[in-house]
Design a protein around this ligand. Structure first.
Ligand code: SAH
Length: 244
């Protein structure tokens, strides 16, 4: 192991330990995360992937942060990550949950190309990519097709729910990885939840990181009780100008 990889493995272990995720780490997964870290930095310029580049930031704010809701996803589930960007949370999920089928989707082909390249290099058989705008993809065979939709840092909750709920089968779940405003967003999304036939199953607020570096986060888990009405999702401009 190189000196850089040894430093990385210590940082990764510390980040997962402080986030209550230590049980998800194995030596093989540690190696996969290191490979992901290297590819993220190497390809960042070409693909414009992330503003976070320090080892400590990447292991905590991309890798550990992506996994904070991982134990809420049922075994063997099919999961769509809506607006995956450089692959968060989809890549960390595929690394620690080989039981899942993960579809990493984004409107930007450059980003899904990066995620697909990483999945191939890391041998993540359970991950595939899907390029397109969520509001268009969910009007195709991808509608009602997934057990779980998840998203991190894509849009405010009413819009996010309109983008994500259509992908989920009846009885399936929507897992939103949110920042400090999670509970306010939930309040603001009551009408959207009614329109999109979803109800809250679980919420949790917590800090990621410790001391000065701690950042507030919130997890929201919703269940889709009935099929999404055919009027949703609306065109993106409409969603933005008249959020539910
Ligand atoms: N989830 C990643 C990326 C967040 S940036 C992370 O947490 O790091 C938001 C991403 O959502 C961008 O890559 C953008 O292309 C994508 N996005 C925004 N609106 C979208 C839409 N309507 N359909 C598909 N992707 C969208």
């Amino acid at each position: 192991m190189t000196e850089q990889e040894a430093t990385f493995q210590s940082a990764l272990t510390a980040a997962f330990f402080s986030s209550g995720l230590a049980s998800l780490l194995t030596p093989e997964r540690g190696e996969a995360f290191y490979a992901l870290y290297r590819l993220l930095l190497e390809e960042n310029e070409k693909y414009n992937l992330t503003a976070l580049t320090s080892m400590e930031d990447v292991v905590l704010l991309h890798f550990a942060d992506s996994l904070m809701g991982a134990d809420l996803i049922p075994a063997g589930a099919s999961v769509i990550d809506v607006g995956c960007g450089a692959g968060f949370p989809s890549l960390p999920l595929a690394i620690v949950r080989p039981d899942l089928t993960v579809t990493a989707s984004d409107a930007t082909a450059k980003r899904t190309a990066f995620v697909g390249m990483v999945a191939e290099r890391l041998g993540l058989c359970g991950l595939r990519t899907l390029t397109g705008r969520a509001e268009e993809l969910s009007r195709t065979a991808h509608r009602d097709a997934y057990d779980v939709a998840t998203a991190r840092a894509v849009a405010a909750l009413p819009t996010l729910l309109e983008l994500c709920a259509p992908f989920v089968r009846k009885g399936g779940l929507f897992l939103a990885l949110k920042g400090r405003s999670a509970m306010q967003e939930l309040e603001a999304a009551r009408h959207a939840m009614g329109e999109l036939k979803c109800k809250v199953r679980f919420t949790e607020e917590y800090d990621i990181g410790e001391g000065e570096a701690a950042q507030a986060r919130g997890i929201l888990l919703l269940e889709k009780l009935a099929p999404t009405p055919a009027t949703y999702p609306r065109a993106y401009a409409r969603m933005k100008s008249r959020p539910l």
